[in-house]
Ligand binder design. Structure first.
Ligand SMILES: [Zn+2]
Length: 469
């Protein structure tokens, strides 16, 4: 646990989520899911560490409205209450300050999304299957967790479901075992993962490899409704090139594999999860009309998933950088330049009211378009101010120095300041902390060609030539 995690206060936007009195570092989830009746039964083994200071007499997990079978701490039955999404636990013997301990929870019921201003979050039952899209606070809709983005943990997830369905989650598929009519899929994600980024899809999908089995780079695979395979193969054909570009610009891909699911349902927007992204059928048209979203979701593997915000007020760090990655992909793949994309975004943002500070947009406007577009513009303004060489060094440094870590906007501002001799504090304050839109970043014109020397008669030059040379 980093000191940052110990001292962090409750999330200002979601103070009821997460518990800072302990750190969960590994979840082992064993789930049984029946798609027809939408019935989920699970057991969780959570490996955790008590905070420093005092014995952990009480702590809480976030978990929606399920029937609780039992709760054990270090193998002993614990006293608990469960209401309003909080499973409050009093261990029979309090773990000592800083000590490792385990929690086991058994739960079952009919999972349903957590209601929010942005619609349902978390577990979503589909016409034939289910998916999970938790950002920002939907994770407790399906498993008990310390639901704050700064509390990253490794995961092993085992899901048993009827054999006709595929189970896809971030991480490596360890085993797939069929008994009678049910199949158990076991995945492992060793990289630190925020609870909102634990993704899951259950559906009738066909695996489509996007990379050669033994080619370079991490394996990339799609899970797609069979009827959409031809369109998918066209629309995602350039994802391996995108991966290569982003590795060049942002540093090595942070995880061991990358999987995309096209859920058999229309979705408002694609959603990122650790090592995984989920698209809707409406994002696949066989004409690459949504390729910018393919780039956006892939970029989140660096910005959001590996480098994770410690609290939701820093959301622009995820969305501004993923937006800018869209523009970089455009620029580097033969489309309009990032500058051109920024000009279009600026026109778009100009039409909105200038009453949002994207560095702390408030809970209600967390996913406002301005966070994305003005976020991308902020990154572009930095590029213009720093120049390409320093800008790309700064960007790659941000992703690599903070790999698998937790960050704030203040960390970013400090990182930028360390990356350049130019004063950029006022520029970042104007873009992030003030509502009014700063002027569009003007590229310093390249230094004019050296003024032509006053035309002198050639003869004069020759006359002045030192003798002997
Ligand atoms: Zn995004």
């Amino acid at each position: 646990m980093s000191p940052k995690q110990v001292v962090a206060a409750a999330d200002p936007y979601f103070p009821n989520n997460g518990d800072h009195r302990f750190h969960a570092h590994r979840y082992e989830l064993t789930l049984d899911y029946r798609p027809g009746p939408n019935r989920l039964a699970g057991t969780a083994r959570i490996n955790a560490i008590a905070g420093v200071g005092a014995p952990l007499r009480e702590f809480a997990l976030d978990l929606a409205d399920f029937r609780i079978g039992r709760v054990l701490v270090d193998g002993r039955a614990a006293h608990y209450t469960h209401r309003a999404g909080k499973l409050r636990i009093k261990p029979a013997k309090a773990p000592a300050a800083g000590a490792a301990f385990t929690v086991d929870v058994h739960w079952s019921g009919n999972p349903k999304p957590v209601r929010s201003p942005w619609g349902g979050l978390g577990w979503e039952e589909l016409t034939d299957g289910a998916l999970v899209a938790s950002q920002p606070v939907g994770a407790p809709s399906w498993y008990p967790c310390n639901d704050r983005p700064s509390d990253k943990a490794s995961y092993q997830i085992s899901v048993t479901t009827p054999s006709a369905y595929s189970v896809v989650t971030g991480g490596r598929l360890l085993t797939r075992t069929t008994r009678a009519s049910a199949t158990t899929w076991v995945y492992d994600q060793p990289a630190p993962t925020a609870s909102y980024l634990v993704g899951l899809s259950i559906g009738v999908y066909r695996p489509v490899p996007l990379t050669e089995p033994h080619g370079g780079g991490v394996p990339q695979t799609g899970y797609v409704p069979a009827r959409l395979q031809p369109q998918f193969e066209h629309d995602f054909a350039r994802q391996p090139q995108m991966m290569a570009l982003f590795e060049e610009l942002f540093g090595p891909y942070p995880f061991a594999e990358y999987t995309v699911v096209v859920a058999d349902e229309e979705l408002d927007v694609p959603v990122e999860a650790q090592g995984l992204a989920t698209f809707g059928t409406n994002h696949v048209d066989g004409a690459r009309r949504f390729e910018r979203l393919v780039a956006h979701e892939l970029a989140h593997q660096w910005f959001g998933n590996s480098v994770t915000i410690s609290g939701w007020q820093h959301i622009w760090l995820n969305e501004g950088l993923a937006k800018y990655a869209e523009w970089l992909w455009s620029e580097r793949s033969g489309g309009p330049s990032a500058h051109h994309k920024a000009e279009a975004a600026y026109r778009q943002v100009t039409a909105f009211p200038q009453d949002l500070r994207i560095g702390d947009p408030g809970r209600r406007l967390l996913f406002d378009d301005r966070v994305y577009e003005r976020g991308g513009l902020t990154v572009h303004a930095l590029r213009v101010a720093l120049g390409d060489e320093a800008f790309f060094r700064m960007l790659r440094g941000w992703a690599t120095l903070n790999r698998h870590s937790v960050v704030t906007t203040a960390d970013f501002v400090a990182h930028v300041a360390r990356s350049t001799d130019r004063p950029v504090g006022d520029l970042l304050t104007a873009w992030l902390d003030r509502p009014e839109l700063p002027p569009f970043p003007v590229r310093t014109p390249p230094p004019p060609p050296a003024a032509p020397l006053r035309a002198a008669p050639a003869t004069r030059f020759w006359l002045r030539r030192p003798s002997g040379s």
